[in-house]
Write a protein that binds this ligand. Structure first.
Ligand code: HNI
Length: 147
């Protein structure tokens, strides 16, 4: 069971309440697809992923990036129960989508980098530590139903 201090709770709530999902979601997912090209294999139905430019301008990638952030929203609102919150989503990624769970960490790292780039100097080590902790719990919860 993960413990959250009041300061960690407010950092996570603040980050997500000020985040522009339509900007950060697409940027984080495109970065993941560009930096780790093997992650493209799950998005064969998304059309042209031929190069970085194609990925960054692909409307299916953008829409899915926004969707992933809305998925994270559920963890933000249920910080004390992230594992249960993601039980179904974990089963979906495992049994239906067959996504290798190592990839969750890669997307989480791309998300941190995208948020850091956006926040600039206000992305302090304390904020980074809390965001990494939150994303680590998300990654672990999404990987939970794999066997
Ligand atoms: Ni993921 C669908 C959330 C990581 C590949 N994913 C979803 C949906 C949500 C979601 C929400 C929509 C579910 C539904 O239809 O009910 N995914 C998340 C979150 C993370 C994540 C919160 C991690 C932070 N997904 C990944 C990763 C991959 C991935 C790392 C592959 C590399 N996800 C998919 C695919 C789909 C998907 C593929 C189905 C897409 C579609 O529309 O066909």
């Amino acid at each position: 069971m993960v413990e959250w201090s009041e300061s960690e709770r407010s950092i996570i709530t603040n980050i997500f309440s000020t985040l522009d999902y339509n900007d950060i979601g697409p940027k984080a997912l495109s970065r993941c697809l560009i930096v780790y090209p093997w992650t493209q294999r799950y998005f064969g139905a998304f059309g042209n992923l031929y190069n970085a430019e194609a990925i960054k301008t692909n409307p299916n990638v953008a829409a899915h990036g926004v969707r992933v952030l809305h998925g994270l929203d559920r963890a933000v609102k249920n910080m004390d129960n992230i594992k249960a919150t993601y039980a179904e989503l974990s089963v979906l990624h495992s049994e239906k989508l067959h996504v290798d769970p190592d990839n969750f960490k890669l997307l989480a790292d791309c998300l941190s980098i995208t948020i850091a780039a956006k926040m600039g100097a206000s992305f302090t080590p304390e904020i980074q530590a809390t965001l990494q902790k939150f994303l680590a719990v998300v990654v672990s919860a999404l990987s939970k139903q794999y066997h």
